[in-house]
Design a protein around this ligand. Structure first.
Ligand SMILES: *Cc1c(COP(=O)(O)O)cnc(C)c1O
Length: 466
């Protein structure tokens, strides 16, 4: 009873499916469906075989429906917008920092022609991304700056330019893995630098660094441990002490701040993240940090520091391979401008989410919960509660510091939490939630206020369809 590939292709064309993904992909999906149908017919159990349609026409119809679902799955599988209801603000799997309105608008606007390397005043070639560099200098107090693809690129670049074939002194307490294959010993090895570890996991003294300095030392590297903290009987030298030791021995002092922060965010529960301006003031020759973590901008690696080192990097042929494109540059500029005008708490979503009060979150959650209950008249077994819980900064920043929040907890006597969570992922737009104690939790701290109605509707529809 199986139709031919050609017959299904015609049916797919008639059903408008081919136009959505093209002939090549449609043919590929049809072959997969037919292979699966053949395997069911020849080696499926009799129950499986009897569950399939039993006439030629109905079998073709069944396969076209299967094809429609496969096409939908394929179209969903790229990068698309989701609603982040996990309460993890800098969620690496969901794209880290959401951008400000002006950054989003700028990305789209400069997608056409732009002044990325053009000086409007003189009408001739301009320095690429010069405004972003000026803003970084102004906000960090650094003499000079450079923007590359991400912070991992910044670290590899700095180490390979200044320390290839020479020793880099690092505390044993800072030989960390940041996640996603970024491990400090491996990064050093790949850059060609030689790791000279000093101290112990919990305590490293200035004298440990001092006695490791030799003729082959190029650099002292301080790494912000990001997603990991050593507490209790722990010690590392102050940044100023390391900077002084480096200067006295003609070494470069480089700090990989990871997230770092351009402003102090400790009053919003962000703890232990160095403020970049302080690192520069303490005498760091070079510091690197990510654009899409606490900074709240696009993916980028920012290098700030002394002109003599930054200019060596800027003139290195490898820099060309790491540079960022026009949309990223524009988004970074607009993000940095929010700091300049001190409107970052209002304009940058990461900061707005961090600083949103527990009361405000509770009020929004209550309103959404009410709407959800309204859309489920007579639903039996469905339970929607408001519970106290905690949001997280994420992105490897400030581990262990929890931010008080209120979550909407959904459970159902007939459907498991896994089933509800899956239904939310298939909603339009997909809603990403988390499961705790057999309940699906929605934390609106990471949902923009303008998405509240959309969230309520998407979740309401998913629950009705359970
Ligand atoms: C996150 C992080 C990195 C990697 O930054 P990306 O921008 O993701 O490449 C490097 N070092 C530290 C200390 C980090 O926290």
């Amino acid at each position: 009873m199986l139709p031919s590939v050609d017959e299904l292709l015609r049916a797919a064309d008639d059903a408008g499916l081919m136009a959505r993904i093209g002939r090549g992909q449609t043919t590929e999906l049809i072959r997969e469906l037919l292979a699966e149908a053949r395997s069911t017919a020849t080696s499926g159990s009799s129950a499986e075989v009897l569950a399939r349609p039993l006439t030629r026409d109905s079998y073709r119809q069944f396969l076209v429906e299967g094809l429609r679902e496969a096409v939908e799955r394929r179209l969903r599988s790229g990068v698309h917008r989701v609603i982040n209801a996990t309460g993890v603000i800098i969620h690496t799997n969901l794209g880290r920092a959401p951008l400000s309105e002006s950054a989003r608008k700028a990305m789209v606007e400069v997608a056409g022609y732009s002044t990325i390397e053009y000086d409007l005043e003189s009408g001739s070639r301009g320095k690429r991304g010069i405004q972003a560099i000026e803003l970084i200098k102004g906000l960090t107090g650094a003499e000079d700056a450079l923007v590359v693809n991400n912070c991992a690129a910044a670290a590899l670049f700095i180490l390979s330019v200044f320390a290839r074939g020479r020793e880099v002194i690092v505390s044993r307490g800072e030989l960390v893995e940041i996640g996603g294959d970024f491990r400090i010993p491996d990064v050093l090895e790949r850059s060609g630098a030689i790791l000279r570890e000093v101290g112990t996991t919990n305590r490293t003294h200035l004298r440990d660094y001092e006695s490791a300095v030799s003729d082959s030392t190029a650099m002292i590297l301080k790494v912000h441990p990001s997603n990991y903290r050593i507490t209790g009987f722990a010690k590392t030298p102050e940044t100023t002490e390391l900077a002084q030791l480096s200067a006295a021995n003609g070494l470069i002092f480089y700090e990989d701040a990871g997230s770092g922060a351009l402003v102090d965010l400790s009053e919003y529960g962000v703890a232990g993240e160095p403020v970049i301006r302080d690192v520069i003031a303490a005498g760091a020759d070079l510091v690197s940090f990510s654009g899409d973590k606490l900074l709240g901008g696009p993916q980028a690696g920012i290098i700030a520091g002394k002109t003599k080192y930054v200019q060596i990097l800027a003139k290195d042929p490898f820099f060309r391979a790491l540079r960022v494109d026009k949309s990223i540059t524009a988004a970074l500029e607009r993000t940095l401008e929010s700091y300049m005008t001190e409107t970052n708490l209002r304009e940058l979503p990461v900061h707005r989410m961090l600083s949103q009060s527990a009361d405000e979150i509770a009020r929004r959650s209550a309103r959404i919960a009410e709407r959800l209950l309204d859309t489920q008249p007579g639903a039996t077994g469905l339970m929607i509660e408001l519970l106290e819980n905690e949001s997280a900064v994420g992105g490897g920043a400030s581990p262990g510091s929890a931010i008080r929040t209120t979550v909407i907890a959904i459970s159902h006597s007939a459907s498991g939490a896994g089933e509800i969570e899956r239904a939310l992922r298939r909603a339009s737009p997909p809603v990403i939630a988390r499961i705790e104690d057999g309940k699906v939790l929605l934390d609106v701290r990471t949902v923009s206020e303008v998405e509240d109605d959309e969230l309520a509707e998407a979740v309401g529809n998913a629950l009705v369809a359970l």
